[in-house]
Design a protein around this ligand. Structure first.
Ligand code: COA
Length: 260
């Protein structure tokens, strides 16, 4: 796959995705969205990738939004299609069977906040700024922002963020639960790597099942959601990884998970 807008790297069980349009603050044009989609699909069954870390090139931005030069040309039909393309990518990431960590290294605005919200865990540099400034452009968030932000931080705060369009500091984002942790900029990538490596020590099928159970249950009534949990728990109990993990504990040795 020839990539114009991404840098991809695999090392020590991790897949690193760097959105690489620093002169446009890594704004997501359709080509970049398509490359991201392909990169995630290519790594879905790649045994060398147990978790993914996604970040932006340069010091300034994670992703400063969808590409406004493309937004400027949309009409009703193409606008709906544009939103669907972005939403499709965020759905792939949210339901990805391997943990995806966003390392938010600067501006994460509009599509940048939406991309980060689709990831399973968000780490932010102290200098990061988030927000959904679409209303300033006469638009609304279209890559899941009106839906995921309210689910993540609650309706009241989501409405404040989206209606003002203002930038949210990393510490505000932390207080609201929009990011998991805030770290000094020069520690961001190392923290993301340490966290990812802690996670991938665990059984890969357990990780994908936990993601699936949380995602499937979250918007259901509790009794239905618990039914989903019991079903997935049962499936996990039937895996070799579950045999291995429990046996290793009882035999007082580290587990050797094989993702089976
Ligand atoms: N789409 C397209 N291009 C973008 C962009 C976006 N979302 N965000 C930044 N850029 C481009 C700028 O046009 C500029 O390109 P140029 O050098 O060819 O003129 C370049 O990236 C650098 O941005 P600039 O605005 O000069 O940087 P800054 O430090 O002065 O401001 C921001 C940084 C993030 C405050 C500002 O770029 C901004 O407001 N961007 C748009 C954010 C937004 O509304 N995103 C939501 C879109 S839905």
């Amino acid at each position: 796959m020839e990539l114009k807008n991404l840098l991809l790297r695999k090392a020590d069980g991790l897949g690193w995705v760097t959105i690489n349009r620093p002169d446009k603050l890594n704004a997501l044009n359709l080509e970049t969205i398509e490359e991201l989609r392909q990169a995630f699909e290519n790594w879905r069954d790649d045994e060398e990738v147990l978790a993914v870390i996604i970040t932006g090139a340069g010091e300034k931005a994670f992703v400063a939004g969808a590409d406004i030069s493309e937004l400027a040309r949309l009409d009703e039909t193409s606008g709906r299609e544009y939103a669907r393309r972005g939403q499709e990518l965020t759905q792939i990431i949210e339901n990805y069977p391997k943990p995806v960590i966003a390392a938010i290294n600067g501006y994460a605005l509009g599509g940048g906040t939406e991309l980060a919200m689709a990831c399973h865990i968000r780490l932010a540099a102290e200098t990061a700024k988030m927000g959904q400034p679409e209303v300033k452009l006469g638009l609304i968030p279209g890559f899941g922002g009106t839906q995921r932000l309210a689910r993540l931080i609650g309706k009241g705060l989501a409405l404040e963020v989206i209606l003002t369009g203002r930038m949210v500091s990393a510490n505000e984002a932390l207080n609201w639960g929009l990011v998991n942790r805030v770290v000094p900029p020069d520690r961001l990538m190392a923290e993301a790597e340490t966290l990812a490596k802690e996670i991938i020590k665990n059984g890969p099928l357990a990780l994908s099942s936990a993601i699936e159970a949380i995602n499937k249950g979250l918007d259901r009534p509790l009794d239905e959601a618990l039914e989903i949990e019991a079903e997935i728990f049962g499936q996990v109990c039937a895996t070799e990884d579950a045999r291995e993990g429990t046996a290793a504990f009882l035999e007082k040795r580290p587990p050797r998970f094989r993702g089976q």
